[in-house]
Design a protein around this ligand. Structure first.
Ligand SMILES: Nc1ncnc2c1ncn2[C@@H]1O[C@H](COP(=O)(O)OP(=O)(O)OP(=O)(O)O)[C@@H](O)[C@H]1O
Length: 724
């Protein structure tokens, strides 16, 4: 089942009485006195420049992260719409005509913007610093004329955010050449049956409004050929603004609905103090006119570059304080009445200018830490004039001049979009300065804002070329990436960032101290040096003295004190880090030495074991002193060992205890020589044992080296190579 809200959300003042009430002291949005209800005070924005885009006015940006899921719900892919007006999808909330792409990169669903830092909690991880512009397509229904003239549809909607545009006519016969069929994919496609409320619910605009409240600079703009439904989508049909508008009229457009939603959100945030201001301008024939204060001569305002904010702004543009929803609505009505509208063959109420309605959302919020956060978010609603083929619109005279200017500025916008969507060209020159429109949209297109593009198209086949063009533009725009950030007061942003630094350093500090204590426990027996080092560290003697800071009172410290504290923590951490590194080196050295000693011990034990084995298995061989090869004399105390050293040394060595002599010999002989000697000795012992078995009565006490013992020497001739 398709579920649609039956009416526009209720307004407090639909009788009009409250408008009058609220408007008594507010004055009119426009200074010309034509209005009835808008802004409490109207001020030219000369002092506070209207930045071309997002958040550059503060000059200091803090990333912020939030998911953009609320505005654009996840929708299941559906079957091709039947056009009957009944839902075919599984979700009760999903209209049949709505085709969305799930998991679309850059969709409102996936837009994750760096966030944590502005909250001061540091708990959320920064995620995606950049995201694509969100692009949705709205296809208007065939109008009466098109139906009368039997213009067939040129678009198909297979679902999953796709639009298929068939091939163009060739001659009188329509070509169904499959090669010329093009498929485009967007975040969402609104088929002709979509209502105004569907656009609010599924385009992602709700999330854009929420982000505006959070301090981001957001833009929603409609793009498309003349008569494709841009103004209808943003504001509804022009009749709505003739006389007193009925707030419950289902034809109200996105701007009206966004205002209602904005006020609903603000009313729910009791903890934040909001101030709303609004401005409304148009770019007509490359001249910027203040729609809230056009003056009798519609004097154009200057567009200037602000070094401070790094963006363009309109000098002396009126901004109107809007305390109530009525004030905002009054701004919309006033601007709609003042904008340039003309008529041509394709649209009776054709916008002859680009309009930009901006709602500034200034907020003050006290954080948990007691610090006041001021943010300046804004939402731009941009209704572009439609591109037109003057032959088709039959424009002439003034309308022709307007058309040329409109087409020129849209062409520049097209160049900018093409360059921004091309990775290679993106870092090069973007011709923003070539038109007033692109100057004022620069930041929305490639800056620090969040942008939603609604591409409006006609389904009629006779608009095939323009529709294809719009779909191409929209497709390119989808590749543009922006880096949304929150606009904050630089001083507050600095304090927040310092607080975050302190928090991070404290964590690091604790971690380092914990690591040092761990080493302290593990390395206790390792020696005095380490002991001393650890003693020094654990007693806090790490070269930096930290003042005692009551963490509860941290928020009371001002920026300079916080900066000082950060410096101290950094110094302490650096000192701890050095200490830690030093201890690691000492520990490594000790461990290496220990390993060498262990290996040596192992080797010696093995050797000792071998020797003992030989002795234990040779009951027939009594232990006896080694005989010096030079003197031929027995050396007392050197049982079973043969000392090949000179006699004097051997005699001296004989006086030493066995272990000491062993180690001295080790030092003197190479490992291989020692091995060979051991092997020979073992071989001799084996031979002696063999002989003993063969000749039980033999003179076993005779030394094996004795040349007189011929049998023994003969047997030695059979010693295998390995033992030789
Ligand atoms: N979705 C829609 N449902 C019903 N009618 C629509 C829809 N979209 C547009 N229309 C109608 O089509 C006509 C042209 O629409 P609109 O003026 O909004 O076009 P536009 O793109 O703003 O044109 P231009 O660029 O010339 O200003 C209007 O009469 C409008 O009411």
């Amino acid at each position: 089942m398709v579920r649609r809200a039956s009416s526009v959300p209720h307004l407090n003042n639909n009788s009009g009485a409250s408008s009058a009430d609220s408007g008594t002291t507010r004055g009119r949005a426009a200074a010309n006195g034509r209005g009835k209800r808008a802004g409490k005070s109207s001020t030219p924005s000369g002092q506070q420049p209207q930045s071309s885009g997002s958040g550059s006015s503060s000059g200091h940006r803090v990333p912020r992260s939030r998911s953009l899921t609320n505005g654009m719900r996840r929708l299941s892919p559906q079957k091709v719409g039947t056009g009957t007006g009944t839902g075919t999808g599984s979700s009760r909330n999903t209209p049949y005509f709505l085709r969305s792409r799930e998991h679309e990169i850059g969709s409102a669903d996936t837009l994750e913007i760096v966030a944590s830092k502005s909250t001061g909690t540091g708990s959320e991880e920064p995620s995606t610093p950049e995201d694509n512009i969100n692009v949705v397509v709205r296809v208007r229904p065939l109008n009466d004329k098109e139906k009368r003239d039997r213009h067939g549809p040129t678009l198909q909607f297979p679902g999953n955010g796709q639009v298929i545009i068939e091939g163009n006519d060739t001659g009188s016969k329509r070509s169904h050449n499959r090669d010329s069929v093009r498929v485009f994919t967007y975040n969402v496609v609104f088929e002709p049956g979509a209502t105004q409320e569907d656009i609010l619910d599924y385009s992602g605009i709700k999330r854009i409004i929420e982000m505006g409240i959070e301090g981001f600079s957001c833009t929603a703009f409609c793009y498309g050929q003349t008569g494709s439904g841009k103004t209808h989508t943003l504001t509804g049909p022009p009749e709505l603004f003739q006389g007193k508008p009925n707030p419950k009229d289902p034809r109200h457009g996105l701007i009206f609905r966004s205002f209602v939603y904005l006020f609903q959100l603000i009313k729910n945030r009791k903890d934040v103090n909001y101030v709303l201001k609004a401005s409304f301008m148009e770019i007509y024939n490359e001249r910027v006119i203040d729609l809230l204060n056009p003056g009798s001569h519609r004097k154009p305002l200057a567009v200037r570059w602000s070094k401070k904010s790094g963006g363009f702004f309109v000098e002396n543009l009126f901004t109107v304080d809007c305390e109530e929803l009525d004030d905002l609505l009054a701004v919309l009505e006033e601007g709609m009445r003042n904008r340039a509208v003309g008529s041509h063959a394709m649209n009776d109420h054709s916008s002859r200018s680009h309009t930009i309605l901006t709602v500034h959302i200034l907020s003050d919020q006290q954080t948990d830490g007691g610090v006041f956060l001021s943010k300046h978010g804004k939402i731009n609603f941009v209704d572009l004039a439609g591109s037109e083929l003057t032959k088709k619109t039959m424009s002439e005279g003034k309308t022709l001049e307007e058309a040329n200017n409109i087409n020129k500025s849209l062409m520049v916008l097209g160049y900018c979009i093409a360059s921004l969507s091309d990775n290679k060209k993106r870092s090069g020159h973007i011709p923003y300065r070539d038109s007033q429109l692109t100057k004022l949209l620069a930041d929305s297109l490639a800056g620090n804002g969040v942008t939603l593009m609604i591409a409006c198209v006609s389904p009629a086949h006779y608009n095939h070329a323009e529709t294809l063009n719009t779909l191409r533009y929209a497709s390119r725009a989808k590749r543009i990436r922006t880096k949304p950030v929150i606009m904050m007061d630089p001083r507050e942003a600095l304090i927040l960032s310092l607080k975050r630094d302190i928090h991070a350093l404290q964590l690091e500090n604790e971690h380092l101290k914990a690591a040092l204590n761990l080493h302290h426990q593990a390395a206790e027996p390792l020696g005095n040096l380490l002991e001393q080092q650890l003693e020094r560290v654990s007693s806090g003697d790490v070269g930096v003295t930290l003042p005692k800071v009551d963490l509860e009172r941290l928020p009371e410290l001002d920026g300079a004190e916080l900066a000082e504290l950060v410096k101290l923590y950094m110094a302490e951490n650096e000192s701890l880090r050095q200490e830690n590194n030093h201890l690691f080196t000492v520990r490594e050295t000790i461990l290496r030495d220990q390993e060498i000693v262990c290996r040596e011990n192992e080797r010696l034990l093995k050797k000792l074991e071998e020797v003992n084995n030989v002795c234990v298995r040779s009951p027939l061989i009594p232990a006896r002193p080694a005989i010096s090869p030079t003197t031929g004399q027995a050396t007392p105390g050197t049982e079973i060992w043969t000392n090949p050293e000179p006699a004097a040394l051997a005699a001296a060595a004989a006086l030493l205890p066995l272990e000491q002599r062993m180690s001295e010999n080790m030092e003197k002989r190479t490992h291989t020589a020692q091995r060979r000697i051991d092997q020979q000795r073992i071989a001799r012992n084996i031979l002696m044992m063999a002989n003993a078995f063969r000749k039980p009565n033999a003179q076993l006490e005779q030394h094996p080296n004795n040349k007189d013992n011929k049998d023994v020497n003969d047997s030695a001739a059979y010693v295998p190579d390995m033992l030789a």
